[in-house]
Structure formats: structure tokens, C-alpha cells
Design a binder for this molecule. Structure first.
Ligand code: DCS
Length: 481
């Protein structure tokens, strides 16, 4: 019988090939257990509000007023909302063409793109052009749009770090391109070695792949490392020599938990390098309202900035963006607020600083509690989370566990994470979902559970792990580093 277009056997093979572990087998099992009444701690997704983080007051006040503009005409509005929130709501409404219910330009509201450009200028000390900034529904949509423009077929390769956030592997599969892996070095705190990059490119080329772009995630997901300025310079020089467009995923730029390596943007490093690099290297940088101390994942706000991309290509990207008409308008306002928060002297400034500092300082403490907790467990080693929102411990599995996993038809780290979930309710993502070296196993957890719950969670993890290790320990050695 002839197949219909949406029968499984006739489906686009790229759709079937594409994998996204953050909501994969572990997440599905956790959801089942939750339905059965088990308490689940969802540490599989970097989704701060889902784990109890409260929204920042000021941006919600502004967006609430934009959503319900009739409140602005209410004589009592000043009793519920501070004057600066009222003023900002009026400002954003004046930038729209009919409020939040109207489509905006497909690149986003010009007034908000200008605010983003001013933020980038303050951050980097170099000019930024609003015409080269597009607002998107979360950073994910921006990444997909750009990869869509780069990938022409399976002969096109994209250099992606391993371990990586599976948005990249999944989108490359979906678009029918080829992922060219480069490995981050766990023993060097997940550092990036440019020699390794050269080898990856040479190997891909020997297989007839034309390598066109390189992805960096800085700070890293799932690895949490912050790239040094020297490292970024090497990467940019490499992209210059190899004519690669650099896709700089900088969504965790506010999430920094140490002082030695502050966040530095790829754009700033590129501009600091001067000519010919600053005029030649093609760079697209991504940001979002989902992360940082905002954590507004459900709002779906993001942007990308293009550097050294020719005007005709920018026009083409605009055309593609316009097929989806308009990014979320309320999310654009969140982005505007993120890049221009209350300033000293504003009525809401003190509260804004108190709230945002409170979140960041707590995340910093939680990063340490988690790393220390993992490192106190048998056969677990974990690099410190320098930035982002995750801990990525290596689990050194005894051969008995690997054997048991095989018998159960599971990848060893999936087996471990499923057992952890069943025993403790902690829902993690197996390292295999992000890529890892052959024969080495990890799991990823977010550092987002409430600080007061952290000791109990780590305690429950330790109890599970130590029991698991004793159960499968048959003294034949462990999976290697
Ligand atoms: N880039 C990286 C490195 C991310 O980790 C994420 C989300 C995104 C882009 C996309 O974010 P938005 O589309 O919301 O802007 N991180 C996922 C994760 O690993 N857990 O939660 C979501």
C-alpha cells in the first residue's frame, strides 16, 4: 500500500535521525514517574523558574503594563506600579505599531534593536549597528536560522564542541549537514586546544567535507568552562585562516562563578585584534533572556548580532526571518529591558540590584556545593562550574555496571541515570546526549534546585552512587578518564 506523507516510514529521514537528549528518554521516564505520584527533581533543563526562581519585579511590571495598556489610563496605576515602570511601559508601547498584539518588523522592533546595539557598545567598547541585530524567539531560533543559511547539504561541515548542547547536533541533522566534532579537554578544565581543531578539520576534509562554520559555547554547556581571551584570539585566528564563520553562543554571559576568567565576548576580542581580522572574520553572536539572572525561558526572547556579513547576505537572512513574520513582541520588550535595566537613581534600581545580585550570588554558591558534592562521591570526578548553569561530573563506571547496562540494552550512562532517577527522583541527562570521548561516561545536572534543597539532593545522590558502585564493583578496574 502506498505510504502517506506523514506515515513513519515515509517521513523525512533527517527528522528521524535528529536527537535531543535534554528532553529524551530520561525526561520521558521522569514525566511518567511524576504522573505515578513520585516526587521528581527536574534538573535536566536549564529552566530556572520551573525550579522556583522568582521573576525579577521590574521587567514583569513593565511587560504587565504593556500587555494591559488600559491600566495606564487607570487613575490608581501609580499605586500599583512605580513611576519608572510606567514610563518604560509607555516607552516600549511607543516603539510598537499597535502594542503587543501587532506583528513587528521581522528583525524585531527598531527601537529595541537600538537598545541592544547600545548594550553591546557599552559591553565591548566598539560600535554596534542595530541594522545587523535581529531579535529572535529565544537564541534557538537564531541559531537555526543561521545554520539554515550556512548548510547547503551533507558535504557542508560545522565544527561543534564535544561535549555540546544538542541544539547544534539536532539542527545540523535536521538540515542534512555534517557535524565535525572537536573535543574539549576534560583534564584541562574543558579547555579548547587549537591543534585538536586543526586535526578535526583535516580529517573532515579528507572525507570530502567542506568545513564552513565553527560553534563555540562560552560559557560552556554542559561543561561550564569560560574561554580565556588568549583562547578566543586563537579561535578567531583559526577562523580567519580557515575562512569559517564563527557562531558565538554567549547565552550564559551573565552566569559567571569565578573571578579569574570573566566573560569576554568574541566580538570584543575580534575588534581588539584589529585589521585584517576585525574586518574579515565573519561572526554571529547569540544571546537570550532565558539565562543569566533573568531565566525568562518561557518568554522566548533572543537576538543575534552579525559582524562582517555582507549586506546582500543580511538581506537574505531578513527575507528568511520574514517568513515567520515577527518574533514575539513581548519577548522583544524583555530583551530591551535586559539590555537596559534600571540605572542608578531610578526608583526601581535598588530592588532590581538586590534581586539580581541575590540570584547570581546564590548560583555561585550552588555551583560550589554541587562540584564539591560530586567530588566527594566514590568514582565521580567533576570540574568546577566556572560559568553557565550545569555540573557535568564524570562517572567512572565499574565493568559490572557496563555489563549490566549491556544486558538491559542501555548505553551505560543512560543505565546509570535511569537507576538514579528511579532511586532518588533526580532527573538528569546522560553524557552521551552531549557527546563524550569513547568509553567515558558523564551526566549533566543543572545547578538550579533551590539552595536550601541542595544539601539534601547531594546527600541523596551520594547515597545512591555509593550503593550503585558497591553493587557493581567487581574489582576489575573502571572506565577510564
Ligand atoms: N544555547 C545554549 C548553549 C543553551 O544552553 C540554550 C538553552 C540555548 C542556546 C537556547 O536557549 P533559548 O532558545 O531559550 O534562548 N539551554 C537548554 C538546556 O541545555 N537546558 O535548558 C535549555
Amino acid at each position: 500500500m502506498a505510504l502517506k506523507a506523514l506515515d513513519y516510514d515515509s517521513l523525512n529521514e533527517n527528522v528521524k535521525k535528529c536527537q535531543y537528549a535534554v528532553r529524551g528518554e530520561l525526561y520521558l521516564r521522569a514525566s511518567e514517574l511524576q504522573k505515578e505520584g513520585k516526587k521528581i527533581i527536574f534538573t535536566n533543563v536549564g529552566n530556572p523558574h520551573a525550579l522556583g526562581q522568582k521573576p525579577l519585579t521590574f521587567p514583569r511590571q513593565v511587560v504587565a503594563l504593556c500587555q494591559a495598556p488600559f491600566l495606564l489610563d487607570d487613575p490608581n496605576v501609580g499605586m500599583l506600579f512605580p513611576a519608572d515602570a510606567i514610563a518604560r511601559a509607555k516607552h516600549y508601547l511607543s516603539l510598537t505599531s499597535g502594542g503587543l498584539g501587532a506583528y513587528s518588523d521581522s528583525r524585531g522592533l527598531p527601537g529595541v534593536r537600538k537598545e541592544v546595539a547600545e548594550f553591546i557598545e557599552r559591553r565591548d567598547g566598539y560600535p554596534s549597528d542595530p541594522e545587523l541585530i535581529f531579535l529572535t524567539d529565544g537564541a534557538s531560533k537564531g541559531v537555526m536560522q543561521i545554520l539554515n543559511c550556512v548548510i547547503r547539504g551533507d558535504g557542508d561541515g560545522i565544527l561543534v564542541p564535544v561535549p555540546q548542547y544538542p541544539l547544534y547536533s539536532a539542527t545540523i541533522s535536521l538540515l542534512g549537514g555534517s557535524l565535525v566534532p572537536y573535543y574539549l579537554d576534560e583534564s584541562e578544565n574543558w579547555g579548547l586546544d587549537v591543534n585538536n581543531l586543526r586535526q578535526s578539520v583535516a580529517q573532515a576534509r579528507s572525507q570530502g567535507i567542506s568545513v564552513r562554520a565553527m560553534v563555540i559555547i562560552n560559557p560552556g554547556n554542559p561543561t561550564g568552562q569560560c574561554l580565556s581571551e588568549a583562547n578566543l584570539r586563537e579561535i578567531l585566528r583559526f577562523c580567519y585562516n580557515e575562512k569559517l564563520v564563527l557562531l558565538g553562543d554567549e547565552v550564559y554571559q551573565q552566569n559567571i562563578y569565578q573571578d579569574e576568567r570573566p566573560f569576554i565576548s568574541s566580538k570584543k576580542v575580534l575588534m581588539d585584534m584589529g585589521s585584517p581580522f576585525s574586518k574579515e572574520v565573519q561572526l554571529v553572536s547569540f544571546h537570550t533572556v532565558s539565562k543569566g539572572y533573568w531565566g525568562e525561558c518561557g518568554q522566548r526572547g533572543g537576538y543575534f548580532e552579525m559582524t562582517n556579513i555582507p549586506p546582500r547576505v543580511v538581506e537574505e537572512i531578513y527575507k528568511v526571518a520574514s517568513i515567520a513574520l515577527s518574533p514575539n513582541v513581548s519577548a522583544q520588550i524583555f530583551m530591551g529591558l535586559m539590555v537596559s535595566p534600571p540605572k542608578p537613581g531610578d526608583i526601581s534600581y535598588d530592588q532590581f540590584i538586590r534581586e539580581s545580585k541575590g540570584i547570581l550570588e546564590s548560583l555561585r554558591r550552588r555551583a560550589k556545593i554541587m562540584t564539591d558534592g560530586f567530588n566527594s562521591c566514590k568514582n565521580v570526578v567533576c570540574n568546577f562550574t566556572e560559568g553557565a548553569m550545569y555540573s557535568f561530573p564524570q562517572i567512572r563506571l565499574p565493568p559490572g555496571a557496563i555489563q549490566a547496562a549491556k544486558q538491559a540494552g542501555k548505553v551505560p550512562d543512560v543505565f546509570y541515570c535511569l537507576k538514579l532517577l528511579e532511586a532518588t527522583g533526580i532527573s538528569t541527562v546522560p553524557g552521551s546526549g552531549f557527546g563524550q570521548k569513547e568509553g567515558v561516561f558523564h551526566l549533566r545536572t543543572t545547578i538550579l534546585p533551590a539552595e536550601e534543597e541542595m544539601p539534601e539532593i547531594m546527600d541523596s545522590f551520594k547515597k545512591f552512587n555509593d550503593k550503585f558502585m558497591t553493587q557493581y564493583d567487581n574489582n576489575f578496574g573502571y572506565s577510564r578518564m
